[in-house]
Design a protein around this ligand. Structure first.
Ligand SMILES: *[C@@H]1O[C@H](CO)[C@@H](O)[C@H](O)[C@H]1NC(C)=O
Ligand SMILES: *[C@@H]1O[C@H](CO)[C@@H](O)[C@H](O)[C@H]1NC(C)=O
Ligand SMILES: *[C@@H]1O[C@H](CO)[C@@H](O)[C@H](O)[C@H]1NC(C)=O
Ligand SMILES: *[C@@H]1O[C@H](CO)[C@@H](O)[C@H](O)[C@H]1NC(C)=O
Ligand SMILES: *[C@@H]1O[C@H](CO)[C@@H](O)[C@H](O)[C@H]1NC(C)=O
Ligand SMILES: *[C@@H]1O[C@H](CO)[C@@H](O)[C@H](O)[C@H]1NC(C)=O
Ligand SMILES: CC(=O)N[C@H]1CO[C@H](CO)[C@@H](O)[C@@H]1O
Length: 814
């Protein structure tokens, strides 16, 4: 929509051809107050103006109408005013138009350069040029120049508000103070002579830590004159100067705060190093210069450190110092005849000469001579070297006694000497076998083990510088390693001659050993002493006498004494003793049966045997049955015993205890009886239990028992009882009436056993025989006692097989 502003004029309209006056184009600066006048002159009549906009926005103006013109007032030009406005003038019937393009610009300020006034030398710095509030920005061109050299150019863009140029560069010190220009042009027509240029020039200020610092001026001055030192340096911002004198003793004295330093009336103390320190906020740098004061040596001194009086072997430093600069120093020694020996020469204000281990001959006068090209000066020192008060202690001192085979040491201690030298030797000029260990003030001579050949006199000599002191000690040896051995020879039977021998081995020195024989506390005799020998000796002594009963259990001793000074009592006497005891063959042998000698089968019994003999020999316990010996136990010693936990018949017999030693034997015996009731009774009818009438039979009864049993036979249904001492019965001339059951009853103290058997007698035609009991007689089966046979048979079984032998009960023999 067009904005039309109608303005009516009261003036009459002239119908003529007239012209509207309006500039075709105007350029306004933003912020200005501007007017745009549309006029039509020579309109006779009524004249009206209408303003309209070609663009779709309001005009933002005030209008002031005058009779012949209309003025648009732009109170404060802004970008809103950019427009194309049409002025329509109506004069009477005639209407005329004119249009004008309104352009707006803004370029209010000069470019602003920044970053130019604090550039850091050698580093990457950023220089900026800013142009702001520019409109229309697309017409803007900015260039950055250093002198005539264009550093950078940049053009604005549509829609922008300004431009910023950043320029990175590393300034050198030559850049400092140069100008840098930022030139901005707004290349727009119709503004102040075809475009507008604004420029700003700034100075480059390059900052740097102090550099190229050096000091110029005199370096060598004469005493009493003056000198000036100038410190030259580059750097920005402003440099500060400090002068410091570095004294030789390490002291630092501040001398001034200006670029130049002036020193008047130079004395020796003004010599030294002068340091100029240049600083700003970026850093600091120093430069030194040595100022030499040209003067002859002064204040020359010589000192001994730690002192001028010292002992031989100590070390000393001779210190020499002078104040002349430059100076050369000589340490000299004055000899007795006045000649000088040069010990050391050095350049510099001080020097030290060290004597590591002084000798007596180092005593004397020492000179320090300082000299330079302006003169010389001397100082002297008297050095006194004294002897050491060396003292030596030898332990043990005088005489020492050592046991062969032990370890022994001699210790030599030195005092009054810082570094003693030890030496050991033997008085006899023999080689020393000992091992020397020396450390500091102590030297030891070790013998481990000490041998006879080490006996002698040892000298410890200590040397300290020119002093030597020696001490000696005599080492005596003894050997008495073991107690004497006491032995007796031969059997010690009463009445015989006994010889006791005492021997002590490996003794030394043999002539100092004394052997004493003792009977209890009583000294008996002492043999002659042995002669001296340089070797180990075995000493022996014998004591013989006839042995009597009174000597039994008497203590005989052999006491060996070493009669040598210095031997500890515990080592000097050794004794061996023996108790003499009379020997005899075994006697008083006794055998004991416990609880008793009469035993029942199955009981337990202990049989012990004890004998007395010197020396104790051997005992044997055995059983004898029918001249057959069975050894039950035999052992060394005076007694023995056996335990039979459960006796049997076969354990019966004669028990014999016999004791032996080298002089003979002795025995004792006891009869042991084991009883048992009859058992395992057997009956045998011979030749058979089936017999013809008129025949004879023999009945043999065997039984195991002790004591021997009584055997009775009887016919069970009738008849008398027949006794037999031996268990054998003979039935003669049997009849059928004898047929029947018979019983034997075997009886002893402890019990009885019975056995029943049958005898069957067959009838014969030939009759009439007397009753059997007339003919039954006890018979002798073997012609010997069968009871005994029974026992023997039993024992025989014990020792041999395991069955009865009844062949002896042979009817042929009956
Ligand atoms: C013109 O306008 C601008 C922005 O609107 C304002 O900052 C400025 O003060 C004005 N100037 C005057 C003279 O009124
Ligand atoms: C120079 O210094 C010396 C010693 O420091 C002094 O005795 C003398 O008076 C001084 N001379 C002058 C001119 O200051
Ligand atoms: C001393 O006796 C022992 C044996 O008893 C023997 O080995 C040793 O050599 C003897 N010593 C001397 C010095 O006769
Ligand atoms: C006695 O007889 C029994 C069996 O009746 C037997 O075991 C035992 O060995 C016999 N004893 C002897 C000593 O013959
Ligand atoms: C039986 O014994 C008697 C007496 O010893 C003797 O006279 C007789 O001849 C014997 N009879 C026989 C058959 O052997
Ligand atoms: C066997 O003899 C003994 C002693 O004479 C007697 O006590 C016992 O009763 C007899 N035994 C028999 C069965 O007759
Ligand atoms: C020979 C003998 O004595 N015979 C006698 C056997 O026993 C009967 C009866 O007991 C007697 O009548 C016989 O005389």
């Amino acid at each position: 929509m067009d904005f039309t502003l109608l303005v009516f004029s009261l003036l009459p309209v002239v119908a003529a051809s007239h012209k509207v006056d309006l500039p075709r184009e105007v350029v306004f600066k933003m912020g200005d107050r501007r007017e745009l006048t549309c006029s039509m002159r020579s309109c006779p009549g009524e004249l009206t103006f209408v303003w309209s906009s070609l663009e779709d926005k309001p005009l933002f103006v005030d209008v002031e109408n005058k009779p012949t013109e209309s003025v648009l007032i732009f109170e404060n030009v802004t970008r809103n005013h950019e427009n194309t406005v049409v002025c329509t003038a109506t004069c009477g019937m005639e209407t005329k138009q004119a249009k004008t393009a309104i352009k707006v610009y803004s370029f209010p300020r000069n470019p602003v350069i920044s970053g130019n006034d604090a550039l850091i030398l050698g580093e990457e710095n950023i220089l900026t040029c800013e142009v702001s509030h520019v409109y229309p920005s697309e017409y803007l061109e900015v260039e950055l120049l250093q002198g005539d050299t264009v550093l950078q150019t940049k053009e604005g863009e549509l829609g922008g508000d300004g431009l910023l140029i950043t320029h990175k560069f590393r300034p050198s010190s030559e850049d400092d103070g140069n100008g840098v220009t930022c030139r901005a042009s707004l290349n727009m027509n119709h503004i102040e002579s075809d475009g507008m240029t604004r420029e700003t020039t700034g100075l480059l200020s390059v900052l740097s830590a102090p550099h190229n610092v050096r000091v110029s001026g005199f370096a060598a001055v004469s005493l009493g004159s003056g000198f000036t030192l100038t410190c030259e340096a580059a750097g920005s911002p402003e440099l500060a100067f400090t002068w410091t004198a570095l004294k030789p003793d390490g002291q630092r004295v501040e001398m001034g705060k200006h670029r130049e330093l002036f020193v008047q009336n130079v004395s020796l103390t003004d010599a030294g190093v002068y340091r100029c320190e240049v600083s700003n906020r970026l850093g600091s740098q120093t430069a030194d210069v040595s100022v030499v004061v040209k003067a002859p040596p002064m204040d020359t001194i010589i000192e001994a450190r730690p002192q001028t009086v010292l002992n031989e072997g100590e070390s000393i430093s001779i210190y020499c110092k002078s104040n002349g600069v430059p100076v050369e120093l000589k340490v000299l020694r004055l000899t007795v005849d006045g000649r000088e020996t040069e010990l050391k020469t050095s350049v510099g204000a001080e020097t030290t000469f060290t004597l590591d281990s002084v000798k007596l001959s180092d005593s004397g006068l020492y000179v320090c001579e300082a000299f330079n090209e302006y003169g010389r000066q001397r100082a002297t020192l008297k050095l006194t070297v004294e002897n050491h008060l060396l003292e030596v202690a030898l332990q043990p001192y005088g005489v020492t006694v050592a046991e062969r085979g032990s370890s022994h040491a001699l210790s030599c201690q030195a005092s009054g000497c810082p570094q003693p030298t030890f030496s050991w030797r033997r008085f006899e000029n023999l080689p020393t076998r000992g091992l020397t260990k020396t450390s500091g003030f102590l030297s030891q001579l070790f013998f481990d083990p000490v041998e006879l050949e080490d006996e002698g006199t040892y000298i410890c000599e200590v040397t300290c510088g020119s002093v030597a002191v020696s001490k000696h000690t005599k080492m005596k040896l003894f050997s008495f390693p073991s107690s004497p051995v006491l032995e007796s020879s031969g059997p010690s039977l009463e009445g015989e001659k006994v010889r006791l021998i005492c021997s002590v081995r490996d003794v030394f020195p043999a002539d100092l050993f004394n052997i004493i024989w003792m009977d209890g506390e009583e000294e008996l005799f002492s043999p002659e002493r042995a002669d001296f020998s340089s070797r180990l000796q075995n000493l022996t002594s014998g004591l013989s006498f006839a042995l009597k009963a009174k000597h039994n259990d008497r203590l005989f001793s052999c006491k060996v004494l070493l009669e040598m000074d210095g031997v500890p009592a515990a080592h000097a006497i050794k004794t061996s003793s023996t108790a003499l005891s009379l020997h005899y063959p075994p006697r008083g042998t006794r055998i004991t049966v416990s609880p008793q000698v009469d035993l029942k089968e199955g009981e337990s019994v202990s049989i012990s045997c004890l004998s007395d003999s010197v020396p104790v020999g051997r005992v044997v316990l055995r059983r004898v049955v029918d001249a057959i010996e069975t050894e039950l136990k035999a052992n060394e010693g005076a007694e023995t015993s056996v335990i039979l936990p459960s006796v049997e018949l076969g354990d019966s017999g004669l028990y014999v205890c016999e004791a032996f030693n080298q002089y003979g034997s002795h025995q004792e015996s006891v009869q042991v009886i084991v009883k048992a009731p009859p058992r395992n009774t057997t009956v045998e009818v011979l030749p058979s239990s089936e017999v013809q009438e008129g025949q004879n039979v023999t009945i043999c009864c065997n039984s195991v028992s002790f004591p021997p049993p009584a055997v009775v036979l009887r016919k069970l249904d009738s008849g008398p009882v027949i006794h037999s001492p031996d268990g054998v019965f003979q039935l003669i001339n049997l009849t059928p009436n004898d047929t029947g059951l018979y019983q034997v009853n075997v009886t002893n103290d402890l019990g009885y056993e019975t056995e029943i058997f049958l005898i069957n007698v067959k009838e014969k035609r030939f009759e009439s025989t007397p009753s059997w009991n007339h003919f039954v007689t006890p018979a002798v089966c073997l012609g010997s006692a069968l009871a005994l046979l029974c026992i023997i048979v039993y024992l025989w079984r014990e020792s041999k097989k395991g069955s009865y032998d009844i062949t002896k009960c042979n009817p042929d023999t009956v």
